[in-house]
Ligand binder design. Sequence first.
Ligand code: 5GP
Length: 344
Amino acid sequence: VKYCRDLPKVELHAHLNTSFSPESLQALVQRKAATNKDCLDWKMTIEDFREMDHSFNVFKLIHKVVDDEEAVYQLTCAVIREFAADNVKYLELRSTPKDIPSTGMTRELYVQTMIRAIHDCQTENLDITVYLLLSIDRRNGVEIAQKTVDLAEKFSKQPDSVVVGIDFSGDPAVGDAADYIAVFQSAKQKGLKVAAHLAELANFRETLAVLRQAPPDRIGHGTFLHRYDPGQGHEEIEDIVLDKRIPIEACLTSNLKTKTVTTLSEHHFNFWFQKNHPVVICTDGKGVFTSTLSEEYAHAAGTFNFSKKDLWDLSLAAIDVIFAPDTVKQKLREQWKQAYPQVV
Ligand code: 5GP
């Protein structure tokens, strides 16, 4: 783990509200507990979370704690500092903008607040570059999804913008990803990058429809991309992902804890890695899944027998698939080059 901590890293799949640390959660709960004692029970449930069904209930509790401008600001700053302390040099944070009338929160203010936190952290010399993806929650429907894309476009056009794209997430058992194809196409037309949670469950039909008509720039999880039953016409899923070299964000502990994979050795990370396909190790939610990015690299090393050099190559290759412009990629590669003699 020491080597994995020293390794400069890239984090591409981190949801704001599930990426708290015990300390940042405690601070947020304590703040809310002054007006709502139920917070203390929520905290226990959040810390005690077990599986997929439950995880989406847990997310709702976290959202009750992070429901106003100050909480969004505090959590964003805390998460950035925590990733920086774990030697993450580049972070793409994602979060679902929310309207919360009771606290005066609007989707636009939510994004502004996260951007303010990102800019303020830049003045702290943290040695981490942070960009932002606006998440679409598939439980909220197409109309809000399109509004999120429009919001992302608006913020992406501002000077020094940190908004580079959208994420498609939310409970994969709810709704149909194919309904969002026009939304993804609109995002692409507006010059936004698209990261989509796909094939997190065995929903092959929607996965194939999205891949055919609006292939994303990266796939979140992709647990079932290659786990189709033969002869059902789903082989095309794997072919499209391979042909287009769509990078996969692999979240080892997350998938284990939500029971979409049974053991780490069976994790689909290895399937794509063996094919020399771009695959990036990510945390998903280092708070709910209680695992840092360094620990995720260490799990990969232990499970797949990676050498120090293999881990180095993995973290370096992640730079190729970030959504920030090429100038940022160049800067990061230079940083890796300088760190190499000390780390490896
Ligand atoms: P937020 O967007 O509020 O910052 O982060 C929490 C949200 O991210 C959840 O409500 C959910 O929509 C999404 N999310 C977090 N983890 C997962 C996951 O493992 N799978 C999917 N599909 N969505 C997730």
